[in-house]
Design a protein around this ligand. Sequence first.
Ligand code: PGA
Length: 244
Amino acid sequence: MRIILAENFEEMSKKAAAIVRSQIILKPDCVLGLATGDTPTGMYQELIKMYENLEVDFSEVTIFNLDEYCSLNRKNAQSYYYYMHHNFFKYINVKKENTYIPNGTAPDIDEECRNYEGQIKNKGGIDLQVLGIGANGHIGFNEPDINFEAETHLVKLDKMTIEANSRFFSSKDEVPTTAISMGIKTIMQSKMLVLLANGETKANAIYKTVKGKICPEVPASIIQLHPNATMIIEKNAAKLLLGQ
Ligand code: PGA
């Protein structure tokens, strides 16, 4: 795995956006896997600027999102559908029919998971997957567990994730307790991974991901086995890695 250190959030975001832009230049009809949360917001802003400056064209790009909460309507401002539209899609020229986000309110969640996995395969798999990381080491919503879940599946959210994500809701009780997430195999089959980490709360997870043993208790540790993975780590998130 390649480690790129960034001085701050802005540098991390610019470097990530530059990698995404390169991917689109190399393969205009590429398939991107994208993430939500606070960490990639700067990257989306940089990509929007690049689009406005005619440096990147999303007209042939397909986008799959990593995950979505169950039980939140797409109009709910905390749904990842809403997040992607309001932080990114509405500012660029990606075609709506080329954007995929799991439907967390589907009547049959297992069927929705199977369909999502099938849609990724039909598009030829993901060329570049962008990832954040949870303070508990999760990627997507693959929570610490006793085994790795392979494909897109229904997840019961970890206490730590509910706690961390409650900052977006008016109370902890409003945070959904389940979600749909791409699985570890889905993520690992992407041709390239770019994981972003920002802030000291991620330092422990980053240390275990890079230096720890590969185990499902730290889901991100599996990235050690990916043949083309890059981590862009802001300096506070890299503290333990740097022995500070
Ligand atoms: P964050 O979430 O970017 O909001 O810190 C990352 C994650 O939980 O994967």
